[in-house]
Design a protein around this ligand. Structure first.
Ligand SMILES: [Zn+2]
Length: 81
């Protein structure tokens, strides 16, 4: 089913500069934030966690690394090297 996310609204809500390379989109599922490739189309986080309970979306710099899923964080750090 899926909510009618508008990319326009998302862009407006996120202040520039926002680089997905350094500041990826994160989704809150259950009680953990996970990195996803695209906020609208992702049903699975980088770590393989299915996003079944999409409570919120944000950006990594907004939620802070300490609140991110450890597996997603390690994948993110590896990708940056
Ligand atoms: Zn994760």
């Amino acid at each position: 089913m899926g909510l009618p996310f508008s990319s326009l609204v998302i862009r407006k809500a996120v202040p520039a500069p926002m680089n997905p390379e350094t500041n990826p989109v994160v989704l809150l599922t259950e009680d953990t934030w996970h990195i996803v490739a695209h906020s609208r189309e992702s049903y699975m986080a980088w770590c393989g966690q299915k996003i079944t309970d999409r409570r919120a979306h944000s950006r990594l710099s907004t939620i802070g690394r300490e609140n991110l899923c450890p597996e997603c964080l390690s994948l993110f750090i590896e990708r940056k090297r």
